[in-house]
Design a protein. Structure first.
Length: 461
């Protein structure tokens, strides 16, 4: 399996540092506000990466941090007049609800920055020991980028023109403001109750040191993969490399992967531009998590994805086409022991070749639609010398990676069946209002009832 490594600007074979096990760190949400579907584009890409590594036989340990203290979380907690903890907790809860709706596999660890301040202080102390950190007159601690020779290697920045000693105290800044960045920010009035004691006085960590400390705590001083959206490359990831390698003298991360943005009308979807949709906005318009996930994964992760409602409708149609094919296969009488036909074997090879090539999901989806087309054609022709079960099995295997195909016969639990029965009774009694109410209730629980000549049938949404 090859991935495009931003560090070397090259496509490279994935070879873990240790055995067959991949350790990966994925920058998680800043929990100052609800995540938008642009953020989820990045999380879905990381989910596909994780799932395909597992499909390919690697073990995976994934860390996704929760940034629950930084400039933005403090600013917005203050604006809301609540504690930092209270403000961020609601967005952490929503984040976990949303990844569940999008069928994103949970990471092994979700460390919160506020639980790891001692580790950050220790890391900053090491940077002092190595002469890479200094305290300025305002009490804050900065990283001296002129003293770290590799600075700029990820974002390919030339530091030679930089004004020596210039400093930037904000977490986010542009390349034009290249400067020594804050490791520890001295407490000031705006911080209110937020602050930790440190050898450099009361204060709070800078955003970048959070990810270095949590990454190394859970994955070791050197690990395999680090990902994020392309906006994270500079300064966030560049600064993570400087801090981590500056402290340990070892390579921090072997492969850096960055996903392109989800855009709306040519601009990055972002909270600051106000041009964003949350998952909830789309669910309220009647779209399911599955349909939204399909849109988010359908473009190659290094290509910008233009979000439109047409794309959501197209995803609904595409999923129905695969669903109908799967249902048709399941209903087909075919010999169990006939095995996978060659045309399905070709789809499997194409699917794997596409994903082996830097996770080319659009091509992998094309392989699935070729399979659907070919299978339907053969069923139309009445062919029955191949195993339909084996083809369903192949679709399930594909779905270990994609997480959007309804290949497993979802079994309705007793509560769902009881509601469907109650609806049928209401319908027989011509109590249409009650029947509709029960249909809506089932819909909210993720089931659709379809009335067929053989009676009502339940289908998982
Ligand atoms: P944040 O909560 O702002 O720290 O961002 C969390 C993740 O979402 C980071 O990996 C960002 O790079 C990513 N991200 C932010 N906006 C977008 C967007 N419009 N499209 C794709 N990824 C994004
Ligand atoms: Zn990060």
């Amino acid at each position: 399996m090859k991935v495009y490594n931003t560090l070397n600007r090259a496509s490279e074979e994935v070879v873990p540092l240790e055995g067959n096990h991949v350790r990966m760190y994925t920058c998680g949400p800043t929990v100052y506000n609800i995540a938008h579907i642009g953020n989820f584009r990045t999380y879905v890409f990381e989910d596909i990466l994780r799932r395909y590594l597992k499909y390919s036989g690697f073990g995976v340990t994934q860390v996704m941090n929760l940034t629950d203290v930084d400039d933005k979380t403090i600013r917005d907690a203050n604006a809301a007049g609540v504690s930092l903890e209270e403000h961020t907790q609601q967005f952490k809860d929503m984040f976990f609800d949303d990844i569940n709706v999008l069928n994103i596999e949970p990471a092994e660890h979700y460390p919160a920055a506020t639980d790891h301040v001692p580790e950050m202080i220790e890391l900053i102390s090491k940077l002092f020991d190595r002469g890479l950190a200094y305290q300025s007159d305002d009490g804050s601690v900065y990283f001296s980028i002129a003293k770290f020779p590799g600075y700029g290697k990820l974002a390919k920045i030339d530091v030679s023109e930089m004004q020596a000693g210039a400093r930037v105290s904000q977490d986010e800044y542009e390349k034009d403001n290249l400067a020594d960045f804050a490791l520890w920010k001295a407490w000031d009035e705006q911080d209110g109750e937020v602050g930790w004691d440190s050898p450099w006085g009361r204060g709070r960590p800078g955003w970048h040191i959070e990810c270095s400390a949590m990454g190394m705590k859970y994955l070791g001083e050197s690990f395999d993969i680090h990902t994020g959206g392309v906006d994270n490359m500079f300064p966030h990831h560049e600064d993570e490399i400087a801090q981590s390698e500056g402290a340990t003298g070892k390579q921090f991360v072997k492969y850096w992967l960055h996903s392109a943005h989800l855009i709306v009308d040519g601009q990055k979807m972002s909270k600051s531009l106000g041009n964003f949709y949350t998952l909830r906005d789309l669910q309220e318009k009647g779209y399911t998590g599955r349909e939204i996930r399909y849109v988010l994964l359908s473009a190659h992760y290094r290509q910008q994805l233009n979000f439109t409602f047409d794309a959501l409708s197209a995803s609904r149609a595409a999923l129905s086409r695969v669903d109908e094919f799967t249902e048709r296969l399941k209903a087909l009488e075919s010999p169990d022991n006939a095995g996978l036909p060659p045309w399905a074997g070709k789809a499997r090879d194409d699917f794997e070749a596409a994903l082996d090539n830097d996770l080319n999901v659009p091509e992998a989806l094309a392989a699935i639609f070729d399979l659907v087309h070919e299978g339907n054609r053969r069923m139309d022709a009445g062919e029955s010398d191949w195993s339909a079960d084996a083809v369903v099995g192949l679709l399930s295997r594909f779905d270990e990676v994609l997480g959007v195909l309804a290949t497993e016969k979802a079994e309705a639990g007793d509560d769902i069946v009881a509601l469907a029965d109650a609806r049928e009774t209401a319908r027989q009694g011509k109590d249409w209002a009650e029947a509709d109410r029960l249909r809506d209730q089932l819909h909210d629980m993720g089931w659709e009832v379809r009335d067929t000549p053989e009676g009502p049938k339940l289908k998982r949404l």
